[in-house]
Unconditional design. Structure first.
Length: 141
């Protein structure tokens, strides 16, 4: 959205501490319109935007399709950490994924992305940036 010559008045500035990063991951949930269900996508290439990952490393984008009638399969969520090579952070990652999915479903999400999800040098998972797009027709709720 272009702001014109006047721009917008900045009311807040957020500053965060620098993070000593060991690795960055991409985690996202989107609505797969062809299959009619949410899909959880994840990749070890979190230093790149989603479109760039799909262009350069499409084989590295992993997907979990979720049956909305059954809900998210926690056993599948547990395998994500193993696939990404961060088994020690399995409980932390599963917690993040489950709550991300709940947010996506409760708010009628179209896209929810954590890019990047950072593994810090002290082995903590940190959400550095999040993108959320909500279905406009559900905003009245």
């Amino acid at each position: 959205m272009l702001t014109g010559d006047q721009g917008f008045l900045c009311r807040n500035v957020y500053v965060r501490e620098a993070i000593d990063t060991k690795h960055e991951f991409f985690i996202g949930i989107a609505l797969d319109r062809d299959r009619g269900c949410p899909v959880i996508k994840y990749s070890e290439h979190g230093h790149l935007p989603y479109e760039e990952i799909m262009k350069r490393f499409p084989e590295d984008m992993n997907c979990i399709y979720v049956d909305v009638m059954k809900g998210v399969d926690m056993k599948l969520l547990l395998t994500v950490a193993d696939t990404l090579g961060i088994s020690q952070q399995k409980s932390q990652l599963t917690f993040i994924l489950k709550h991300l999915y709940d947010l996506f479903m409760e708010r009628d999400g179209e896209i929810v992305e954590l890019a990047p999800l950072i593994l810090s040098k002290d082995n903590q998972l940190i959400v550095s940036h999040a993108k959320i797009k909500i279905d406009e027709s559900s905003l009245y709720r």
